[in-house]
Design a binder for this molecule. Structure first.
Ligand SMILES: Cc1cc2nc3c(=O)[nH]c(=O)nc-3n(C[C@H](O)[C@H](O)[C@H](O)COP(=O)(O)O)c2cc1C
Length: 359
């Protein structure tokens, strides 16, 4: 089975080709500090070749949802240090996913302050999970160029904080409709300055953040997650192939380690988009290592690796529900089913109590 073969990602030696993708679980405390349950949750999953943390807010401004963790106060950094140490002590490798939610937030969980975004365009067609229940999205406040420059610096500082905490690297969350994805998207970015208008301008934010991360911690510790055809968060492109082909061409000029490519989900179809498989279409253009994501099971993951485009496959819900997923794949055993009711928020239940095979 290819999935359990050793590999190397940049300078990181991985025990297999199975990554756990980033999953927000909304179980930090009110100050965005993680605790003992997080140490246990991540340590339970060290048989993954690589673990991505849940998305972590890079600043106070970045916060969109309650009980999501941060990486910008000493208390938060120290708490993540306990997670990273425990994962390392148990033979695992863990990368911090860096998050700015942009317009995917609500003022009720932002001390009354409106979310910020490339443009004052609200998300429609979905509601936001807030501490007061589901709410319609508000129209965000458009960022000034000075604020954009500050956010880029905040990403760099958060990356340094991640390395200080002991993480093995950082991933820019540029997928799923969050701030970097908002800059890329034609329906969310209506700016006329250096950060909007042409494709060259719309990709500028992502490129500048990546450059900042590379300078902050070194390219061997940096990667990015992209979801070109996934419209989650009310994200639409006039021509996603053109935008992402251009973006990948520019990313190819930068010295970093991997691109995690998330395929669309059948639950979010966009009829005007091409039917191409994202790994085939975009993966072949990427010069960095590819981590393929979304919707894989053992058979489709093995088949994907055999194509020779992706180096790793990342699994989300399967790792959420199966802390020992590599062992289960190797032995071809049954899988625990994820419980949707406990995915976001709550405590230990549905978090650290999914059974191991030999429990
Ligand atoms: C509960 C939950 C939380 C998620 N949170 C994040 C996140 O914080 N960052 C991210 O990049 N993707 C997030 N995702 C998406 C997953 O990382 C992954 O891309 C998606 O689940 C598809 O992979 P899968 O089919 O193997 O589950 C989340 C998914 C789930 C189910």
């Amino acid at each position: 089975m290819n999935l359990i073969d050793k590999t190397q990602l940049g300078s990181l030696p991985l025990k297999n080709r199975m990554a756990m993708s980033a999953m927000t679980r909304s179980r930090a405390d009110i100050n965005g500090v993680v605790g003992d349950v997080h140490v246990q949750y991540y340590t339970q999953r060290v048989s993954a070749g690589l673990i991505f943390t849940e998305a972590i807010n890079i600043s106070e401004q970045a916060i969109g949802s309650p009980f999501t963790p941060g990486l910008f106060t000493n208390e938060q950094i120290e708490a993540w240090g306990k997670v990273a140490n425990a994962v390392h002590d148990n033979g695992g490798i863990i990368i911090a996913q860096l998050w700015h939610t942009g317009r995917v937030g609500h003022s009720v969980d932002r001390k009354g302050i409106l979310p910020v975004a490339p443009s004052a365009v609200a998300i429609t067609g979905m509601k936001h999970f807030t501490s007061e229940g589901p709410k319609d999205y508000e129209t965000p406040r458009e960022l000034t160029v000075g604020e954009i420059k500050q956010i880029i610096k905040d990403y760099g500082q958060a990356a340094k904080n991640a390395i200080k905490a002991g993480f093995d690297g950082v991933e820019l969350h540029a997928a799923n409709g969050y701030l970097p994805n908002q800059f890329l998207a034609d329906n969310a970015n209506k700016r006329f300055d250096a950060y909007g208008g042409s494709i060259e301008n719309k990709i500028r934010f992502v490129l500048e953040v990546m450059q900042e991360l590379i300078v902050a911690v070194g390219g061997d510790k940096v990667g990015i997650k992209l979801s070109p055809f996934h419209p989650y968060g009310d994200i639409l492109f006039d021509n996603p192939v053109e935008t992402f082909t251009y973006l990948i061409g520019e990313l190819n000029k930068l010295d970093f380690t991997y691109v995690e490519l998330m395929r669309r989900s059948a639950a979010f179809p966009v009829p005007s988009y091409p039917n191409d498989d994202e790994i085939e279409l975009f993966g072949k253009q990427v010069k960095h290592s590819i981590i393929a994501n979304s919707g894989y099971d053992k058979a489709s993951a093995e088949a994907e690796l055999k194509k020779g485009i992706a180096k790793l496959i990342s699994f989300g819900t399967l790792f959420l529900a199966n802390p020992d997923l590599p062992q289960r794949f190797e032995k071809d055993t049954s899988l625990n089913q994820p419980d949707r009711a406990t995915m976001f928020g709550g405590g230990a239940q549905g978090y650290i109590d999914y059974p191991f095979l030999n429990a």
